[in-house]
Design a protein around this ligand. Sequence first.
Ligand code: ATP
Ligand code: MG
Length: 333
Amino acid sequence: MEEVKKRVLSMLQPTGTFTLGNYFGAIKNFIPLQDEYECVYAMADLHAITVRQEPAALRQNVMKSYALTLACGIDLEKSILFLQSQVHEHAELAWILNCYTQFGELSRMTQFKDKSAKHADNVNAGLFTYPVLMAADILLYQADYVPIGADQKQHLELTRNIAERFNTLYSPTFKVPDPLIPKTGARIMSLQEPTKKMSKSDPNVNSFVSLLDDTDTVIRKFKRAVTDSEACVRFAEGKDGINNLMGIYSCATGKTYEEIEKEFEGKGYGDFKLAVGEVVADTLKPIQEKYNQIITDKAYLEACFADNAMKAERIARKTVSKVMKKVGYIINK
Ligand code: ATP
Ligand code: MG
């Protein structure tokens, strides 16, 4: 009997070029999951417009993000990688689930509070109902697991509540998903303000390393990274800058903090920063080579979009049909 694999679902927002944070915290962990699970990945371009996007830039970012994700090792022989806007079931199910989600529940989402403060001139309804679209993204695919960072815990909890509510009101319809906390997941902090997470939308380009930064840029950004005045490479409370650089070095080399402390015993921050910069640049080089091949082959990318949208829709349609019947809609034969 063929073994039925559990399904994993995860989406990335194509709102800029992926950073080292997105790589070590998310994309890199997606690669080994492909062997153990049936993986469904997507570019969350519907979510992206909750914040104003310049159309040409959005189009570019979607192309780039898709090509970069492939370059990082998502294998289309094993996984699905599609564009959210090309599978209309996402918008369809989101509307229905909006009617099974309470205003009060959405008001409690901390990301809404944060983002509406950050974009006070554009607090649109989409920003408010974003977690319902995210619930639809997950529930459409009957996902068993959703790999998430700490920033998405509250949204996954809401997804579970919506699923359970619908299942109780009608009959079992949605799989209630569990979080998948990556074994090696790391939270990478800003190089300029190491108490804040590294983020691709940070206006200060020195705060993040983009996966497309060339070697000189990578090394320069690490040289400028904020540290402390102790001049001793060790992991300790209050040494946020050094702790972060040790975290990055550990992710890139697989070395433990103890091994790193030993390696840089008696050495200054200059040597350490250079070593981190070099190992990160080496990590990025093969990704960039692959990316450059993919991004220049527009016909290949377009074929991937079409093929993967079709595969995703096949799964998503089943769920929407089921939901429509339960709600009481008439479906044409
Ligand atoms: P934005 O600034 O537009 O929110 P972002 O860099 O936070 O961009 P997201 O698209 O929100 O990126 O997140 C994509 C994935 O990367 C998520 O799984 C998120 O948990 C993870 N991630 C984002 N930033 C970091 C980070 N600094 N360290 C580890 N993981 C991260
Ligand atoms: Mg984010």
